[in-house]
Design a protein around this ligand. Structure first.
Ligand code: AMP
Length: 279
C-alpha cells in the first residue's frame, strides 16, 4: 500500500495506473476507521482495479470547534486496517495541502443543505462540498463510495458531481451496525459507558416507526418517535424528519413508488449521533 501526503505525488502515481488501463475506486474518510468504512473499501474492491482512500479530518465541515478538536485521530491503526482490507493507495494530506490560501469555495447546493443537518450545522455541507471536490480533482476516480449513514451528505455529493459534470459515479453503500443496532460511527468511541448502553435506542425507535407504517399517519409516526426519544433524559433529539430520498424535501403522505427515508440526529451528552432508515 502506497501512502502519499502531497497532491502532486498521488496524482502522478494514479495517472500512471490509469494509463495502464486500471479503474480507480475512491473512499474518502476522516479516519478513526471502523468496519463501516472497511465495507466501503470492500465495495470499491469489487468494482474497481485500484482502491484509493483518504484520511483527512476536514476542518471546514466542523461548525463546532470542540467537535473538531475532540474528533478521534488514529492514523496508524487506520493505515493498518486499510492495508489489511486491500486498499492500494492512501492520501493523508495536511490542512495546508488541502486549503492553501485563497482556495476557499462556495457552493449552491440547491436547497439540499437547508434542512436537517444543514439547519443544525451551519456551513457543514459547504465544507463537505469543498473537501470532496478537492479530493475528486486530486484522485480523479471512476467511482466514489459513500455511506448511506450520512444520507443527506450522499444526496449532496450526487448533486455537486452532477452539477459539475464530473465523470465520477457516486455509489451509496448500506449502513453497517453494531450487533445491538447502533450505526457504526467514529464518534461512538467518545460515548461514556452509560451513553453507549442507551445509544441503540435511536435505531430501535426508527425500526419501530418503520414497523408501524401502516398503522399511523407520517405525522403521527414522527411525533411518536420523537416522544420516545425525548423520554430518555440523556437524549436531546435535534430533528426527526421523513424526506424524499433524492430531493430531501419533507414527505407528508405515503405514496407508492417514492423512496422515502427517515433521518434523525440525537445529542447524547457531548456526542451528536445521526441515523436513518429507508421506509
Ligand atoms: P467519515 O469518516 O465519518 O467522514 O465517513 C467516511 C465514509 O464512511 C462516509 O461515506 C460515511 O458515510 C461512511 N460511513 C460512516 N459510517 C458508516 C457506517 N456505519 N456504515 C457504512 N458507511 C459508513
Amino acid at each position: 500500500m502506497q501512502v502519499f501526503d502531497k497532491k502532486i505525488a498521488i496524482q502522478a502515481y494514479i495517472e500512471q495506473l490509469k494509463k495502464s488501463g486500471n479503474t480507480v475506486g475512491f473512499v474518502p474518510t476522516m479516519g478513526a476507521l471502523h468496519k463501516g468504512h472497511i465495507s466501503l473499501i470492500e465495495a470499491a474492491k469489487k468494482e474497481c482495479d485500484i482502491v484509493v482512500s483518504s484520511i483527512f479530518v476536514n476542518p471546514t465541515q466542523f461548525n463546532d470547534k470542540n467537535d473538531y478538536t475532540r474528533y478521534p485521530r488514529t492514523v496508524d491503526n487506520d493505515l493498518r486496517m486499510l492495508e489489511l482490507a486491500g486498499c492500494s493507495i492512501v492520501f493523508t494530506p495536511t490542512e495546508q495541502e488541502m486549503y492553501p490560501e485563497k482556495d476557499i469555495r462556495f457552493f449552491d447546493l440547491a436547497g439540499l443543505d437547508t434542512r436537517m443537518e444543514g439547519a443544525h450545522r451551519p456551513g457543514h455541507f459547504n465544507g463537505v462540498a469543498q473537501i470532496v471536490t478537492k479530493l475528486f480533482e486530486t484522485v480523479l476516480p471512476d467511482k466514489a463510495f459513500f455511506g448511506e449513514k450520512d444520507f443527506q451528505q450522499l444526496a449532496i455529493i450526487k448533486h455537486i458531481t452532477k452539477q459539475a459534470n464530473l465523470p465520477i459515479q457516486i455509489i451509496g453503500c448500506p449502513t453497517l451496525r453494531e450487533t445491538d443496532g447502533l450505526a457504526m460511527s467514529s464518534r461512538n468511541t467518545l460515548l461514556t459507558q452509560q451513553e453507549r448502553a442507551l445509544a441503540p435506542k435511536i435505531y430501535q425507535v426508527l425500526t419501530q416507526l418503520k414497523k408501524d407504517i401502516n398503522t399511523f399517519t407520517l405525522q403521527e409516526l414522527c411525533a411518536r418517535a420523537l416522544q420516545e426519544l425525548s423520554a430518555e433524559p440523556l437524549f436531546s433529539p435535534e430533528y426527526l424528519e421523513v424526506v424524499d430520498s433524492e430531493t430531501l424535501l419533507p414527505v407528508f403522505s405515503k405514496e407508492k413508488n417514492k423512496r422515502v427515508v427517515v433521518c434523525t440526529a440525537v445529542k447524547l451528552g457531548n456526542v451528536r449521533l445521526i441515523d436513518n432508515i429507508i421506509l
